[in-house]
Design a binder for this molecule. Structure first.
Ligand code: SF4
Length: 414
């Protein structure tokens, strides 16, 4: 009689699923399936419903509980499903009391997420069997990009106090975790709601200084318009801060950025990457990019393709535009579905070329690898590597990259 937690969506959901697992256990919940959903695209919501139907078939007697951003933004979508027993909002899902069900428990418990003011940190014991752990430092978002539904699922921006973050990272390092990824919804907004308004750079500095036993610290998505000077200095110089930054760029044409209500220009993004690359030549960048945002012309799309080269991006997360109800972008003139698909395919192909180029450049080099499991490992630049022999998950080892293909580099441990 187990409790299975199924995670859809982002790293923040992955972190919260560890908390949900602990809270459900604390509440004495048994024989249940909890689905932690994502609402970033209409496709993500469709996949959540599909997973729920499958999980109900596989677990006929279990209690099926749906939570996460899709449950928060459209609870009725799940409440109307006969497969579902309970629908929980994003604030409730981290509260053990929410898993103490009895005859009187309401089927749908979704509160006003905009009224949530604080983000309490939840000390998780570790990420089961993982070399890498995600630690939440922030939640919610104060921005209102015109295509995005996330603020309606997660509320306004709120930060975890630095002392609690440091304690969490220290606890994970003591558990043998070798790499921690700082995650949230808009982590560059970190600290704006805390006394003294500490910045993300200040938090990163505290973690690196106060937890010297942690070999690797990595950052999740960054808004180039909000990166503070201390963060840039550390990213350019600190050996234990991984030389791999993922940027929330979304497009490579200034008019589209304006219509998205983004806070940076294409020139600022290029300058950001060039400056860091001058200070730390081995640094690599990833980026989120949307293909087919409303009103995007062929010429504007070509500019986004060129932006990939101008910034020297390596890892592309490509999102075919998906109109989300209640967002301004859903009311703009839409690009045709087949055009969106074709543009997304071209962006993905550009991303595959960039990864292949980065892997080929590693050949012949000695690198430090973090073993994820068996023969799979990652470099500090997050390059996927296959080792000649299996190693313990969590092992950090020196290896020589002997060759590469379009998907992996291949290494022999020293
Ligand atoms: S910054 Fe924009 S895209 Fe990111 S979560 Fe906030 S509203 Fe959404």
């Amino acid at each position: 009689m187990t409790v299975e937690v199924v995670t859809l969506g982002c790293r923040l959901n992955a972190y919260e699923s560890e908390v949900i697992r602990a809270k459900a256990r604390e509440a004495g919940l048994t024989d249940a399936v909890i689905v932690n959903t994502c609402a970033v695209t209409a496709e993500a919501v469709r996949q959540a419903r599909q997973n729920i139907r499958r999980l109900r078939k596989e677990n006929p007697g279990a209690k099926v509980i749906v939570t996460g951003c899709a449950a928060q933004t459209e609870p009725e979508t799940f409440a109307e499903m006969p497969e579902v027993d309970h629908v929980l909002g994003n604030a409730d899902k981290l509260d053990a009391a929410a898993y103490a069900f009895d005859a009187g428990t309401e089927r749908v418990r979704v509160n006003d997420i905009m009224s949530v003011r604080e983000t309490a940190s939840h000390l998780i014991a570790g990420f089961e069997g993982k070399a890498r752990a995600f630690v939440q430092v922030q939640n919610g978002c104060d921005h209102r990009c015109t295509f995005c539904i996330i603020p309606y699922g997660r509320g306004n921006s709120r930060s975890v106090p630095a002392g609690e973050v440091v304690a969490q990272v220290r606890a994970l390092a003591a558990q043998g975790v070798r790499e921690v990824v700082l995650t949230g919804v808009d982590i560059t907004a970190y600290g704006a709601d805390l006394p003294g308004r500490p910045t993300l750079g200040r938090l990163v500095e505290q973690i690196l200084n106060l937890v010297p036993e942690l070999p690797r610290l990595r950052l999740s998505s960054l808004d180039v318009a909000e990166c503070d000077e201390r963060l840039i200095e550390l990213a350019a110089s600190h050996e234990r801060l991984m030389p791999h930054l993922h940027l929330s760029l979304q497009a490579g044409h200034d008019m589209i950025l304006k219509r998205m209500k983004r806070r940076h220009t294409t020139a600022q993004a290029v300058a950001f990457c060039e400056r860091l690359r001058r200070m730390r030549p081995e640094i690599v960048f990833g980026a989120d990019l949307i293909a087919g945002f409303p009103t995007e012309t062929d010429e504007m799309f070509e500019a986004t393709l060129a932006h990939v080269r101008d910034c020297g991006l390596t890892y592309l997360h490509v999102f075919p535009f998906s109109a989300r109800e209640r967002t301004p972008a859903a009311r703009m003139p839409q690009v045709k579905g087949d055009v969106i698909k074709a543009r997304a395919a071209r962006l993905r192909a550009a991303g595959e070329d960039a990864v292949a180029w980065h892997l080929a450049a590693l050949a012949g080099r000695d690198v430090e690898l973090l073993v994820e499991q068996n023969v799979s490992a990652r470099t500090p630049t997050f390059a996927p590597v296959k080792l000649a022999a299996p190693h313990q998950a969590g092992a950090l080892l020196r290896a020589r990259i002997v060759r590469a293909d379009r998907r992996f580099a291949y290494a022999e441990a020293a």
